[in-house]
Design a protein around this ligand. Structure first.
Ligand code: GLN
Length: 250
């Protein structure tokens, strides 16, 4: 049986607004294709062989949750994770997880939480939270046309991009990374960070399959990855996604 392994970072502290649904969506979309996706939690203090994983997921968290794990993420995991990213590990990070992949997060109480700097972004809390539905338009390399990704954002952090990342998408509705430059998420190699809770992947099956395609390509090669990922009947999901886009974007 074809298998993939996924590491879920700090699920006890970093899992809000249904972010765990992203792991469930990846598992289910794999199962429908006869692929077993084994998801394993990564806890504070754990020794991790990052090169043995195909995918990783880092969910959102409150500032207090981030403060509990930021030092461990930096000192215990960042070197191994950075090496795996250089070897094209597929990593999705949402909101609080996205912030800690950057250089730092300066919270509204002026506490500077260290990030690991795998993504060339930094985050500074603003006075007003950015809350609401969000739509970004993303060009995903495995998709023939741009995809409008829908989600829900709720963050005080404003994330600013450096030159080492590309934007995941252009904000069509909502605030996006910082409310001022239309950037919606960041990409570096196979690492994706953004503010779309939702859960993101059940709502946006094209993005879920994009991540699986990248992970399967890394392990089995591109031709085999395409064979292993036949299209699914996503009529219900795509209909819901389009309905939201129509309601939110003029
Ligand atoms: N605590 C962070 C912020 O408010 C992240 C919040 C989240 O993950 N939803 O910016």
């Amino acid at each position: 049986m074809t298998r993939l392994r996924l590491a879920q970072l700090y699920p006890d502290q970093m899992n809000i607004y249904g972010d765990r649904g992203n792991v469930i969506a990846l598992q289910q979309r794999c199962a429908w294709r006869g692929i077993e996706l084994i998801a394993e939690p990564i806890h504070v203090g754990q020794q991790v062989d990052w090169l043995s994983y195909d995918l990783a997921f880092f969910g959102g968290g409150q500032d207090s949750g981030q403060a509990l794990i930021a030092a461990d993420f930096l000192h215990q995991q960042s070197n191994g994770l950075r090496a795996a990213v250089a070897a094209d590990l597929v990593l999705l990070a949402i909101c609080g997880g996205y912030q800690l992949l950057g250089h730092y997060f300066l919270t509204h109480t002026e506490e500077q939480l260290p990030g690991v700097g795998i993504l060339d972004v930094h985050t500074v809390a603003g006075k007003q939270r950015m809350i609401g539905n969000i739509v970004i338009e993303a060009q995903l390399s495995t998709q023939p046309a741009p995809v409008r990704l829908v989600g829900f954002e709720n963050h005080s952090g404003r994330t600013y991009h450096g030159s080492g990342v590309q934007s995941l998408g252009r904000v069509l509705k909502g605030y996006g990374d910082n409310g001022s430059d239309n950037k919606g998420g960041a990409v570096y190699r196979n690492v994706f960070g953004c503010y779309l809770h939702g859960s993101l992947l059940p709502k946006n099956p094209q993005f879920a399959d994009h991540l699986l395609h990248l992970a399967l390509t890394r392990r089995y090669g591109a031709a085999r990855a395409t064979e292993l990922l036949p299209p699914l009947d996503d009529a219900v999901e795509r209909n819901a996604q389009q309905t939201m886009v129509q309601r939110l974007v003029q």
